[in-house]
Design a protein around this ligand. Structure first.
Ligand code: ATP
Ligand code: LTN
Length: 327
């Protein structure tokens, strides 16, 4: 069975080093193995309120960062979800193969809807669209964060239910959770993960942060008592900075620890800042180059959508036929 990798990323515009080290960098590295498809999921983004101008900008900036971080259009398919209507159509088919009970058990909806005045049906139904994203491409592997595992399991259930009603049609995708890449924690509270939705911007190093901003954030990162630069459960702040260093330097934690032995916390942080600045530089330069010509970027994304649709449309046509839709 051919390996097909599919992953989606929301166009939030605030990509941080956690997204890069934990996800995007590994997507880029895996591109020589099987077919790799990456999607900027703008239709998922509108399940919460979006300003149209901001959504447009964030979609372009997310796509440009993926390209700048090494997603290669020659090897992989990169596109924007709303550019391929098969996702919406497939989402409806998924809807009709999920029970209310099962959808009601999705925990992300509970978290995301809590305390909101207006909760739209799309937020509840989010996992149906995500199931379509995945199964329309005969995806075998879905790299995701832990919080999305339940959604991939739902996608498997949709595929299984459809197959048992209409005959073998969809492959069952496997979630691939955190096999590679450390979980990068907040610089302000190292017990919490670095997250786009954290209102405190000092908690994250964003991919577009200028060198002096990166330095300032890392130098003021919360550290622990004691003076030894050593990874341990009692030292979550130091451990997090060591893991940022080792991930960027592509060494083991032990190697990073050895390199930092004997340094004061201040000197250690300065070394961490150096490597983050150095590794972000080429990404930021490439990003600026890509954003210098948004028409070309859009052209690239349209090309990706066309390739994606060639695959998804075949599957959707088969699905329509099996369901009994006339054409
Ligand atoms: P949110 O704040 O909305 O939860 P997020 O920052 O967690 O957003 P997502 O869009 O949910 O980001 O995730 C995109 C990818 O980045 C996922 O594969 C996820 O596992 C990865 N990722 C997100 N945060 C981190 C982190 N702190 N460390 C490592 N990987 C992360
Ligand atoms: N829900 C995911 C984004 C996402 C996705 C997908 C991930 C949408 N469709 C398909 C993997 C496969 C998130 O919020 N990170």
């Amino acid at each position: 069975m051919a390996k097909v990798v599919f992953s989606g990323i929301q166009p939030s515009g605030n990509l941080h080093i956690g997204n890069y080290l934990g996800a995007v960098r590994h997507w880029a590295k895996g591109q020589d193995d099987g077919l790799n498809i990456f999607c900027v999921v703008d239709m998922h983004a509108i399940t919460v309120e979006q300003d149209p101008k901001v959504l447009r900008e964030n979609t372009l900036s997310t796509a440009a960062f993926l390209l700048a971080a090494g997603i290669d259009q020659e090897k992989s398919i990169l596109f924007v979800q709303s550019m391929n209507a098969d996702h919406a159509n497939g989402g409806w088919i998924a809807n009709c193969n999920i029970s209310m009970g099962q959808m009601s058990r999705m925990t992300q909806f509970k978290d995301k809807s809590e305390g909101k005045q207006f909760v739209n049906v799309g937020l509840f139904d989010y996992p149906a669209l995500m199931a379509a994203d995945i199964i329309l491409y005969s995806t075998t592997h879905v790299p995701i964060g832990d919080d999305q595992k339940q959604h991939v399991e739902l996608a498997r259930d949709v595929a299984e239910r459809f197959n048992s009603r209409y005959g073998e049609t969809f492959l069952l995708p496997e979630p691939v959770v955190g096999e590679t890449g450390a979980r990068i924690m907040s610089l302000v509270d190292p017990e919490k993960k670095m997250s786009k939705s954290d209102p405190n911007t000092s908690a994250s190093v964003f991919l577009f942060d200028e060198p002096d901003v990166v330095r300032k954030k890392i130098m003021s990162a919360v550290t622990d008592s004691g003076a030894e630069v050593k990874a341990s459960p009692e030292k979550p702040g130091i451990t997090n900075l060591l893991s940022i260093h080792s991930e960027f330097a592509e060494t083991s934690m032990e190697d990073s620890e050895r390199q930092m032995q004997g340094l004061s916390y201040g000197d250690f942080k300065s070394k961490v800042a150096d490597i983050v600045v150095e590794k972000l530089k080429p990404i930021q330069e490439k990003y600026a180059q890509i954003r210098g010509d948004d028409n070309k970027l859009l052209e690239t994304l349209r090309g990706g959508a066309k390739k994606a649709q060639e695959i998804s449309h075949k599957k959707l046509t088969e699905v329509y036929d099996k369901i009994g839709f006339v054409s």
